[in-house]
Structures are given as structure tokens and as C-alpha cells.
Design a protein around this ligand. Structure first.
Ligand code: 5GP
Length: 192
């Protein structure tokens, strides 16, 4: 069991609808030391890939993405779910269905932050059916940037996200892979 799987086992709880709650260290309260380790793991995996930007989606992707950007020494962009009055520039937008909120929202970033020369690493907290990661890759594609990899903190491997992203040609790297949340028990893929 790796460092992250241990934390999930100790502090995670399983909610209805195959949702894992990890608000003690990732989705509400953030354990910065754990995030630093997560950032270093992603950076080690993608170090040789000449990443120029890290992109994520607000809110819970921001902490792991920032620490990944810190480790790689590159800027971090987070896609916004609501347009702010400060976003006066040309926007790149796409629709993303939220697995936990059950609503579709338009997510956007200012086009000035991504260029065709960028090699982008997409980071997110969870992978379920792949809609958030796919939406982020669409924003990159709209900018003409290349998605070099997708880093996921917690992948629910029993859902369809990884298959969808791999079929689309993406290199998906997850730090914890969950095989099942049945009977309120977290079972990791590595244990099967
Ligand atoms: P997907 O787009 O892959 O279907 O779902 C990923 C997004 O939904 C993530 O950005 C995350 O915010 C949320 N999500 C999906 N599954 C879970 C889960 O089990 N627990 C939590 N806390 N968030 C989840």
C-alpha cells in the first residue's frame, strides 16, 4: 500500500453513489505535506516530457496541481466553473458534466494562458467517468496545445474514465487506483 492508499484507508469514507469522501486531506481540508509528495510523484513521472504548463479544474484539483507545478517549475492554470468579471480576455470554453454535483457547467480559461507550443500536464483529484479530464484536454486542443499526460490523484478504476481517456490516446497516471467501493470498503487494484 503506498502513502496515499494508506491515507485513503485511514481517513476516507464511502458515500452512496460510489463516491469516496476524502475531505480530511484533499477536497476540503488540504494536507500540504501530502500534496507536496503528490506533486513530487507527478513531477518524477512526467519530468522527461518537457511539460510547460499544468492545468486543472477548480476547486479540488488546485492543491495537487499547484504542488505539481512547483515541482516541475512551471505555471499552473485552473479552469473556472463560473465566469468572473476579471476574465475580460478571449475565453476557451467547454461543457463538463460533474460526477458529484450532477450538473453540466461551462468551464473556461483565458486563451492567453495556453499557446500551440505548450506541452500540458492535466491534473485532477479524482477520475470517475473521465468528463473533467476530457473537458480540460478539449480546452488544450482548442488552444492548439499538446496534452502530454494526465495525472490523477485517486482513480476509481471500476468506472469508465481511464478506458475513455486511453482510447482517446492519453497517457494516464494515477497515484491510487480503487478497484471497488462495495460494502463501504475501499479495495485497491494492487490488492486484487
Ligand atoms: P469524472 O469527470 O471523471 O466523471 O469525475 C471526476 C470529477 O468528479 C473530479 O473532478 C471530482 O471533483 C469529482 N469526483 C468524481 N468521483 C468522486 C469521488 O468519489 N469523490 C469526490 N470527492 N469527488 C469525485
Amino acid at each position: 500500500m503506498n502513502f496515499l492508499e494508506k491515507r485513503i484507508q485511514q481517513e476516507g469514507s464511502v458515500l452512496d453513489g460510489n463516491v469516496l469522501k476524502v475531505d480530511q486531506f484533499l477536497t476540503h481540508q488540504v494536507d500540504a505535506q501530502l500534496m507536496q509528495k503528490i506533486g513530487e510523484e507527478f513531477a518524477a513521472k512526467f519530468q522527461a516530457k518537457n511539460i510547460t504548463k499544468v492545468i486543472t479544474i477548480e476547486a479540488s484539483g488546485i492543491a495537487p496541481a499547484v504542488f505539481t507545478g512547483l515541482s516541475l517549475g512551471v505555471p499552473v492554470i485552473f479552469a473556472r466553473k463560473q465566469k468572473s468579471v476579471t476574465m475580460e480576455d478571449e475565453l476557451l470554453c467547454t461543457e463538463v458534466y460533474s460526477y458529484t454535483k450532477k450538473v453540466t457547467s461551462t468551464v473556461s480559461i483565458s486563451s492567453k494562458f495556453l499557446t500551440p507550443t505548450d506541452n500540458v500536464l492535466v491534473i485532477d483529484d479524482f477520475l470517475a467517468n473521465g468528463q473533467a479530464a476530457l473537458g480540460l484536454s478539449e480546452l488544450c486542443q482548442k488552444a492548439g496545445a499538446t496534452v502530454t499526460g494526465i495525472g490523477i490523484v485517486i482513480e476509481k478504476s471500476f468506472q469508465s474514465g481511464r478506458e475513455l481517456l486511453e482510447k482517446a490516446g492519453f497517457d494516464v497516471y494515477s497515484l491510487a487506483r480503487i478497484a471497488s467501493l462495495e460494502n463501504q470498503q475501499v479495495q485497491f487494484l494492487t490488492e486484487k
